[in-house]
Design a protein around this ligand. Sequence first.
Ligand code: UGB
Length: 598
Amino acid sequence: HKNLFLLSPQQVELAKTLMEMEQSHLFEQWPEPGIDDDEKRAFFDQVARLNSSYPGGLASYIKTARELLAESKAGKNPFDGFTPSVPSGEVLAFGDDNFVQYEEAGMREARKAAFVLVAGGLGERLGYNGIKVALPSESVTGTCFLQLYIESILALQHANCRLVKGDGQAEIPLVIMTSDDTHSRTVDLLEFNAYFGMKPTQVKLLKQEKVACLIDNDAHLALEPNNKYKIQTKPHGHGDVHSLLYSSGLLKQWHDAGLRWVLFFQDTNGLLFKAIPASLGVSAAKQYHVNSLAVPRKAKDAIGGITKLTHKDGRTMVINVEYNQLDPLLRATGYPDGDVNSETGYSPFPGNINQLILELGPYMEELTRTGGSIKEFVNPKYKDSTKTAFKSSTRLECMMQDYPKTLSPSARVGFTVMDTWLAYAPVKNNPEDAAKVPKGNPYHSATSGEMAIYRANSLILRKAGVKVDDPVCQTFNAQEVEVWPRIVWKPKWALTFADVKNKVRGNCTVTQRSTMAIKGQRIFVEDLSLDGALLVDAADRAEVEVGGRVQNKGWIIENVDHKDTSVPEEVRIRGFKFNKVDQLEKTYSEPGKFSLKP
Ligand code: UGB
């Protein structure tokens, strides 16, 4: 009370709210006025930020925290009354007629899409020092994840310009959710690289704030251990993206501009855009309000399971059940073995890859009702079984895929299962942890993420009629992986299977030891026999035919140990590098028709 006169009227209101919410302990160690006055005001600046960045403010945060902590203490099962079962969804097989039709439909829809990348996570499991979107997705071209994503969106945009004649070229918006952990480095990455070719105005960054930590079941807020003027905070989770989008006003702007789809995606999946056109086609054909992308899931994998939950009262929903909850839920509801593989070798529950396609109209309506708040959870680590004290402070968390939890049962919620090799290869685990992954389960490491890109491109070329040699097995950072020819292409060369088929002609062959990078849009590969390294780039107005017999010593893969600090971190976490012994490399920067046929 003695310090109140230091504060502005708004700050006094916040102080009252804190007192009403029984947070007086925060001020217990505050000295007399005249001492640390600036720090006291700064404390209230932080309180104001915490208050304004949470739907309903701090009072609402504390109230929800008390409820959830009481439920957690009582051991309440969040799935009480619900029985899980395997849902049915659209299962696609790459390259068949159905897939090709969905891709075509999806490409037409793309001009009505906006993309939202959640990139506020530090990636603690990976332990990489930089931001994850700055990591190279592969090391043939060194294209980082953010560049790959932006170039993919631009390619969708340009393809639409050709598909939808006379309709003008709409810019596809990109939103990136950052956090204090990633924001400035994301801005630097974009600015340093001229936004990777996107217009700066086309990209919007929304920064998520952390939330206050809690010290006990009464939801008393935690102070930083060494600073009595600072509330301790931790990340609130990727679910923040919904309230941020809502409060930014972007949804309305997009709606007014005639957009129809919002596509959410994560920070390190180098295959993702290979799955976008077809899954967007599914959303349009099925008129899904929510479409989650999924892949077959190995039991115990650290990806959530898409599950149908049926309540005793008859309600049903199709929702992600997070990986740590799926096993206990199954055990408690008549599956005594819990999360195990069926005779197919996979869990019967499709794996959520957290790529969501939401229809904008219904999404906006729902957020107008909820303000964008998402069902939260709390995960305190208790000191003992009395559950009265925590080992360390906790906080509320939320996940973006929990959005459907508040939807009415009439909402059309579906999912699309894709081949894993085509759609999902995230970089999440550090080399040590990846090496401990049970045999047969995916490593989800920098090594496997990169190798998956070469495998996908090789398999796609095979489907398009190219004779691509079988892979060999090699071990990097104690992970055994299939090594296919190192084939990469820019998204503007091909986004869909139809694009690839259109650009590859005649009898082509690629040996396992080969490396191939296609960087230009109008490069046609015809009767090529590749045994070595070939890198071709071309300006958009240059048309190049590549063929004939290309043979050279090529690029040799050399092992690198992840502990070898003389090698840059982004290289050593993948466990290999290229020794670029020899290659055929050509760049066509002038307009015109060219032929590269040695
Ligand atoms: N992220 C944020 O933007 N803000 C945050 O506060 C936290 C994260 P992780 P997670 O597809 O493999 C998810 O840590 O949360 C971003 C799904 O919940 O990589 O363990 C972060 O930058 C799970 O169901 O993953 O698991 C990153 O882009 C499963 O589908 C993204 O959120 C799994 O991903 C995910 O964060 C998966």
